[in-house]
Design a protein around this ligand. Structure first.
Ligand code: NAD
Ligand code: ZN
Length: 247
């Protein structure tokens, strides 16, 4: 229990806390992560951006997965982990929530849209990769659902993809700049539920450390950044965050 006390104390002594979350915070909401047993990678290897661009079949498979996942996402609600972060946010402690997730659950739990930085985009819309024109998912679903016709941009005929960032796809520049700024300015940086092996996202905690922030990593298993952390907690997320925000 010493680690929990130390975690609570670090939060207590900080003015600007940044949370950095990965798929692990949403498993308790019923959304599988990538790397855990039973996770998405046991069933499906991710589709790399270059494959998505090169192959119509890869694009079809990507839309099939998207619409299958939608059913899971539609039923998901924030859990104790999201709610604990929101509790600290409402106390004015949290300057930003940087997330690798695309599920929108931080916003659903009450963190303002403007304070959630989505590094890997968002799954609620589609967009043309050439000109950026947005398309609603309902539109895509209507044609794709019928006979798997791939969506094309109504303005320029370009390839349409969900608003999420795939492996091999360039990161959103504004989000990366904002995330880095918050990492540099915070005094406590808390990683929650990320294996910290996906780059460049995993560089952000390093930046925080380099600029003097304390680093806490809450994750069931070890991560490559454990050696530079002030504190690591190999614990379950929901109960741990609930405990430290109610102690
Ligand atoms: P990851 O799957 O690589 O790592 C998740 C980590 O969380 C694992 O180390 C796992 O042990 C841990 N974990 C899972 N449930 C936990 C729990 N209840 N308590 C404690 N630890 C727990 O995920 P990642 O680091 O976010 O990186 C993979 C990519 O997956 C990201 O780019 C993200 O965009 C994407 N993704 C997002 C979602 C989502 O939006 N919910 C779901 C799956 C994947
Ligand atoms: Zn276009």
């Amino acid at each position: 229990m010493e680690d929990l006390e130390q975690f609570a104390e670090l939060i207590e002594n900080s003015k600007k806390v940044v949370f950095f979350t990965g798929a692990g915070i949403s498993t308790e909401s019923g959304i599988p992560d990538f790397r855990s047993p039973g996770g998405l990678w046991e069933k499906n290897q991710p589709i790399d951006f270059s494959d998505f661009m090169a192959s119509e079949e890869a694009r079809r498979e990507s839309w099939r997965r998207k619409f299958a996942m939608e059913v899971v996402l539609a039923g998901a609600v924030p859990n104790d982990g999201h709610n604990a972060i929101t509790k600290l946010y409402n106390l004015g402690k949290v300057s930003a929530v940087i997330t690798q997730n695309i599920d929108g659950l931080h916003q659903a739990s009450g963190v303002a849209e403007s304070d959630v930085i989505e590094l890997h985009g968002n799954t609620t819309y589609a967009k043309c990769l050439d000109c950026g024109t947005r398309m609603s998912l309902a539109e895509v679903k209507q044609t794709f659902g019928k006979d798997e016709t791939l969506p094309t941009c109504t303005s320029c005929g370009g390839i349409v993809k969900t608003g999420t960032i795939s492996f091999g796809q360039p990161m959103p520049i504004n989000e990366m700049i904002r995330a880095e700024k918050h990492a540099i300015e915070c005094d406590l940086f808390v990683v929650v539920g990320s294996s910290l092996v996906v780059y460049p996202a995993a560089d952000i905690p390093v930046r925080a450390c380099q600029h003097g922030a304390e680093l806490v990593i809450l994750n069931r298993e070890v991560t490559p950044l454990d050696p530079i952390a002030t504190l690591t907690l190999n614990r379950e997320i929901g109960e741990t965050l609930h405990h430290v925000t109610n102690s």
